[in-house]
Design a protein around this ligand. Structure first.
Ligand code: FES
Length: 57
């Protein structure tokens, strides 16, 4: 699986898992996985995370 959040090394698989477990927003995925909580504060990954949420909710 490819890395989605490069700062924190979070994979698409981990984000899909968080969505399956009920996360419905960037903030909730961040809380669940740490994705988006790295040095760029989601600048590089927020858009990708939101697409993954849309595709898996
Ligand atoms: S790439 Fe996700 S916080 Fe920077």
């Amino acid at each position: 699986m490819s890395k989605v959040c490069l700062c924190r090394g979070i994979t698409e698989e981990q984000i899909v898992e968080a969505v399956k477990n009920g996360a419905t927003s960037f903030e909730e995925v961040k809380e669940a996985t740490g994705a988006g909580a790295g040095g760029c504060r989601g600048g590089r990954c927020k858009g990708k995370i939101e697409i993954i949420i849309e595709e898996n909710k």
